[in-house]
Write a protein that binds this ligand. Structure first.
Ligand SMILES: Nc1nc2c(ncn2[C@@H]2O[C@H](COP(=O)(O)OP(=O)(O)O)[C@@H](O)[C@H]2O)c(=O)[nH]1
Ligand SMILES: [Mg+2]
Length: 304
């Protein structure tokens, strides 16, 4: 975008500026959030060894002098079991609709046969990069077999080896993305890192600790709602509710003499302080909100 008369930039961005949306999709637990954080260089998305950690579409924005890349991390693609899952899958659909480039992340466990994600992606016309992640877990021979399988399923897409955990391969991915991004003025102001608010990130960080510290259904039955987020010159005061679906879950979450919940608080405060670069005062309160995962109106209030 430049003036036909002078060749000078219009609206303050240089000629041939590139900007586009890059959506990261795949099955649960393949390393989508790890990749997003590597590409953005910030810990925006929470990462745990458990499936279905990510529940939202989270944008991570990188702005340079010549391009702006808007990544979207998404929930892993699954068959929805309740209303929360349906909303999660709608986030995936919206990310696919907006994308200029799709990063389809697979891991060594994944295979193209009978794969719901493959069926979904074969129907779209957007450029796709197939990223074979966790290659640190594969020897050369297995890597070549896997790469050939994926290449056969996506004949016109590059299949790129990756280890999102240690950053191996991300520069090649970046180059391939840039080659596919259109010329366009930036979509966001250059200092914007994400479409999400500080409250959102605070609730995600607390939720991450619940995923780390509890087993089975507990992490999936919990939602974290930041009721108050007050930033003062030297400290941020956060009052947060943890919603569970039943009284029994409340008991487990709090633990004997409150010991379990205390651990959540200690770990969350440490991570919140690292994320916001400021001292944090954190209050946690557990509340029973029966069947919140299945209630459309409640989900809507929660941003799903
Ligand atoms: N060995 C290995 N583990 C990885 C790699 N990338 C991600 N992981 C791990 O896989 C698990 C799921 O990662 P996450 O990014 O949350 O996956 P998501 O559900 O697809 O967003 C976590 O325990 C990560 O540490 C990788 O390149 N190598
Ligand atoms: Mg994730």
């Amino acid at each position: 975008m430049e003036s036909p008369n002078t060749g000078m930039p219009i609206d303050g961005f240089p000629p041939h500026y590139k900007a586009g949306f890059i959506s990261i999709v795949g099955k649960p637990n393949v390393g989508k959030s790890t990749l997003m954080n590597q590409l953005v260089g910030e810990r925006l998305s929470i990462i745990t060894p458990k499936a279905q950690t990510t529940r939202h579409r989270i944008m991570g924005i990188i702005s340079g002098d010549e391009y702006q890349l808007v990544y979207s991390d998404t929930p892993g693609i699954i068959e929805p079991k309740y209303a929360l899952h349906e909303s999660m899958m709608e986030f995936v659909s919206s990310a696919l609709e907006d994308a200029d480039v799709v990063l389809f992340v697979v891991d060594p466990e994944d295979s193209p046969e009978g794969n719901v994600v493959v069926e979904r992606l074969q129907g779209i016309s957007t450029p796709i990069l197939v990223l074979l992640n966790k290659i640190d877990l594969l020897d050369q021979e297995k890597l070549e077999i896997k790469a050939a399988q994926w290449q056969a399923a996506f004949p016109s897409a590059p299949v790129l080896p990756l280890s999102a955990l240690n950053g191996f391969g991300t520069e090649v991915v970046m180059g391939q993305i840039l080659a596919r991004i259109p010329e366009h003025p930036p979509f966001f102001p250059p200092d914007e890192l994400s479409d999400k608010t500080e409250r959102f990130f605070a609730s995600e960080i607390i939720r991450e600790k619940i995923f780390e510290l509890y087993q089975q259904e507990i992490p999936y039955s919990c939602e974290v709602v930041v009721a108050a987020f007050k930033e003062e010159p030297d400290i941020i005061r956060i009052h947060s509710e943890i919603w569970v679906e039943r009284d029994s879950q409340k008991g487990i979450l709090i633990g004997k003499k409150g010991e379990a919940l205390k651990q959540v608080g200690i770990r969350a405060r440490k991570s919140l302080e690292a994320f916001f670069g400021k001292q944090i005062f954190l209050e946690l309160y557990v509340k029973v909100e029966p069947d919140w995962r299945r209630k459309k109106t409640t989900l809507k209030r929660l941003g799903y």
